[in-house]
Design a protein around this ligand. Structure first.
Ligand code: NOJ
Length: 450
């Protein structure tokens, strides 16, 4: 898709431009003011789990530097600040006792946003489960919903007067598949016996969370967000086409369809049968549905897949972008604005989705500072291509209300550690100094251009 010279004006004056961060990736201060460990604090102690051997203990130190960081958000011209609440900071025992100092921190962040005229979008769960709850089974436990509902209630009651925009879960399929099936993310569990109950709990939690916010927060605007990828078969051979179908069910359809009232996808796929068994046993089918005000979409790459009988369950594997000789980011993720457009259109076809917000969009590149300047032209080109695709979808009638950039500043990129930089602002992890990259300035000009 050709990139063209576009400006924020083309999206309309009320389009919500934002930046997104998350607690575990940015806050640091991991033992301060009564905070207890999250699964990422303990997971990063396990040898070989974080590529550069790092941990999230200090990260960007957003906990102490939030005022300056919010000024940056404002200076770059964004209207929305999306951040998450660290569960082990506000409920150090996972459940029960509320940590006043932890709550006070989020009040300070929210108040600062409001003072600067930034709209706070609060994500309730962005992957940092308290370790104490993981010790009891975490997302795979039958008690998970009880814990989660308590956490949501505490946050809604405390912040509901000031925060109207809520995101219940960040990428359920992301944390459930990487954390409870493949062992690549915290808590590092593997196998279907962990994955299936964890997925089902996440599907229930997104709806339950929505209901709780609806009942406790007046005039709330409630969403939850999904990772999504256009899936294409490597060839037209039936086995590749079937493999692509299974991958699509797993990555795109499973977490969203029950929410929209359709239950789990009714397809010939053994995995679904087993999921339904869990579902029946727990008799919660109707509780998987909730009428969200918006759906958050987060698309980073399309996937090309082929049949691979050696891969359990999906029997499909990815054909990497490098192998296919198409452009890709430093994560190895294909750059393809057209597939971003395609996946947005695809989700828009679902009945029951009223409004879409792109709750994350961004890319990692090997940024280099030369004489104090980071000229990240690849990232600027990336956004030109992706925003052109977004505008096309919007102009064709998709109700897209906003787009939040991932991410404000380079931060702890989960199992990748600090080597993968997604920020519009460069973070020096020795000094915590922030330097605005060319892409950050590009956005500032994009917002002000006539
Ligand atoms: C999605 C996740 O929500 C976010 O935490 C992560 O850093 C980005 N993708 C990039 O991988």
């Amino acid at each position: 898709m050709a990139a063209f010279d576009l400006t924020a004006k083309s999206f309309g004056d009320d389009f919500l431009w934002g930046v997104a961060i998350s607690a575990a990736q940015n806050e640091g201060a991991y033992t301060q003011d009564g905070r207890e460990p999250s699964i990422w604090d303990t997971f990063s102690l396990r040898r070989g789990k974080i590529k550069d051997g790092s941990n999230p203990y200090t990260s960007c130190d957003f906990y102490h530097r939030y005022k300056d960081d919010l000024l940056l958000v404002k200076a770059l011209g964004f209207k929305v600040f999306r951040f998450s609440i660290s569960w082990p900071r506000v409920l150090p025992d996972g459940t029960g006792r509320v940590n006043k100092e932890g709550m006070a921190f989020y009040h300070r962040v929210i108040d600062e946003c409001l003072k600067l005229g930034l709209i706070p979008y609060v994500t309730l769960y962005h992957w940092d489960l308290p370790q104490v709850l993981e010790n009891e089974g975490g997302w795979a436990s039958y008690r998970m919903l009880k814990w989660f509902n308590h956490f949501v209630t505490v946050c809604a009651e405390a912040f509901g007067d000031k925060v109207k925009d809520w995101i219940i879960l960040n990428e359920p399929m992301g944390f459930v598949s990487l954390g409870y099936m493949l062992g690549m993310h915290a808590p590092g569990k593997m196998g279907l016996n962990n994955f299936l109950p964890a997925l089902h709990n996440a599907v229930l939690a997104q709806a339950e969370g929505g209901r709780i916010i609806r009942s406790l927060v007046k005039n709330a605007h409630i969403g939850t967000c999904f990772s999504c990828s256009e899936i294409k078969p490597f060839s037209e051979r039936t086995e590749d086409v079937e493999a692509a179908k299974r991958m699509d069910i797993l990555l795109n359809r499973l977490p969203v369809e029950p929410l929209l009232g359709g239950g789990y996808p009714k397809e010939d796929f053994k995995l679904i049968e087993r999921l339904e068994m869990h579902n029946k046993a727990w008799k919660y089918t109707s509780r998987m549905q909730f009428d969200f005000d918006f759906i958050g979409l987060q698309n980073y790459f399309p996937l090309v897949v082929k049949y691979n009988p050696l891969i359990p369950v999906v029997q499909a594997s990815e054909v990497k972008a490098a192998y296919r000789k198409v452009p890709y980011t430093s994560m190895g993720w294909e750059i393809n604005g057209e597939s971003f457009y395609n996946i947005i259109k695809r989700f828009w076809e679902y009945e029951g989705i009223k409004e879409i917000i792109i709750t994350e969009s961004g890319a990692a590149f090997k940024d280099k500072m030369v004489n104090g300047v980071i000229n990240d032209v690849e990232r600027v080109d990336y956004f030109k291509e992706y925003l052109a695709a977004l505008l096309k979808a919007k102009n064709e009638g998709v109700n897209i209300k906003g787009c939040f950039i991932w991410t404000l500043m380079d931060n702890f990129e989960w199992a990748e550690g600090y080597k993968s930089r997604f920020g519009l602002v460069y973070t020096d992890f020795d000094t915590r100094l922030r330097t605005i990259k060319a892409s950050g300035y590009w956005f500032r000009d994009f917002f002000t251009a006539k």
